[in-house]
Design a protein around this ligand. Structure first.
Ligand SMILES: C=C(O[C@@H]1C=C(C(=O)O)C=C[C@H]1O)C(=O)O
Length: 93
């Protein structure tokens, strides 16, 4: 397959732009995944400390703050993203 086929572009110039941009996207996705894994590890520290102290895993008021933060930054899809992040970090409630 040629670069044009793979990218869906109709010219080799557009195919070059898309190929370069996709490399940047792949690198960004790797960093985002790494940050999510780091967030999961830090969240686990908080949850473990709270559970060990006799508290509950989940803290609803804190989660509402996080949902609002993502919604304010990214709009409605930000809320969905934050819910997915919270599920990754503390499991399903
Ligand atoms: C990490 C915490 O514990 C849980 C996980 C959260 C998170 O991953 O952001 C937020 C609230 C809690 O349900 C916390 O209370 O800060």
């Amino acid at each position: 397959m040629t670069a044009i086929d793979v990218t869906g572009a109709r010219t080799s110039e557009a195919a070059d732009v898309i190929t370069g941009a996709r490399e940047r996207i792949d690198a960004l996705d790797d960093r985002i995944i790494g940050l999510i894994q780091e967030r999961m590890a830090v969240s686990a520290v908080v949850q473990e400390a709270r559970i060990t102290s006799g508290g509950r895993r989940v803290n609803l008021s804190r989660e509402l703050e996080i949902l609002a933060h993502y919604r304010d930054a990214l709009g409605r899809p930000g809320t969905a993203l934050a819910m997915t992040l919270l599920e990754l970090c503390r499991g399903r409630v």
